[in-house]
Design a protein around this ligand. Structure first.
Ligand code: URA
Length: 258
């Protein structure tokens, strides 16, 4: 037996056990406490000089208040890149912030980045994104006309559903992103986005197609919950209902009223 055979057998065993994703090349102890952050050394004051005030030990992680005070999307992105409060960041390759024009009239929010989004650092660029683009084209919109984001900013390993804690940690960022884009219409794709942002336990089957409101500091935004493109790829018969939702969004954008 060569050295290669046992290694291949071990890999096959892992595949059979359902391991289909490499999230890092070094083993990591996820239960270890975070390393202590030390304050930089303060040089002794020169004779007769005013006392030196020590700098804070470390930058505080972004609080919901910091997030809510960001002036624009660039500042929000910077804060998100420095934010370590969501465990998903540790296993993701990229942070997937939203993209699109800051003043877009339509904003779309999905659940979480998948493998393609994680690789490219952009939302909705995989198969779901391609269907989303075709859906938008059907109502005369291009991807470049809309602002696209997710309720969490890092890919959950193996595309699992983000936990309530992970969604909660990211929540101030999506709230602020919506407030800064200030769209006329917010389209929530899938049950996860709808439940998170509408604060409801109702499923997407009941929610879709019914206008809702989302409160922002600038005033309420009209919300259309609809099916997630990934669900439509698996259940193409439901495209008829999604089409009705898109027509309602188009009519709202054309007339200014739901
Ligand atoms: N699914 C989502 O909800 N968001 C993406 O960005 C990609 C797939």
């Amino acid at each position: 037996m060569t050295e290669r055979e046992p290694l291949l057998a071990a890999l096959e065993w892992q595949l059979a056990a359902g391991v289909n994703e490499v999230v890092g090349f070094e083993p990591a102890d996820r239960f270890a406490p975070p390393p202590e952050r030390k304050a930089p050394p303060v040089p002794p004051p020169a004779p007769g000089a005013a006392p030196v005030v020590a700098p804070p030990a470390a930058a505080e992680p972004a609080s919901a208040g910091d997030v809510a005070r960001t002036a624009d999307l660039d500042a929000l992105r910077e804060l998100l890149l420095a934010f370590d409060g969501c465990a998903l960041k540790k296993t993701a390759t990229n942070t997937v912030f939203g993209e699109g024009p800051a003043g877009a009239r339509l904003m779309i929010v999905g659940e979480a980045p998948g493998a393609d989004e994680d690789r490219q650092g952009r939302p909705f660029v995989g198969p779901s994104g391609r269907l989303l683009e075709r859906m938008l084209a059907a109502i005369g919109l291009g991807r470049e006309d809309v602002y696209i984001a997710n309720t969490v900013y890092w890919r959950p390993p193996g595309n699992r559903t983000p936990s309530a804690e992970e969604v909660e940690a990211c929540r101030p960022f999506i709230d602020r992103q919506i407030a800064l884009v200030a769209p006329e219409v917010l389209m929530l794709t899938g049950g996860a986005a709808a439940k998170t942002l509408l604060g409801t336990t109702e499923g997407i089957m009941r929610l879709r197609g019914r206008w809702q409101r989302f409160g922002t500091p600038g005033g309420p935004v009209d919300v259309m919950p609809t099916f997630h493109p990934a669900f439509l790829l698996r259940s193409p018969a439901r495209k008829r209902e999604a089409w009705r939702d898109l027509l309602a969004v188009r009519a709202r954008l054309e007339s200014g009223a739901p």
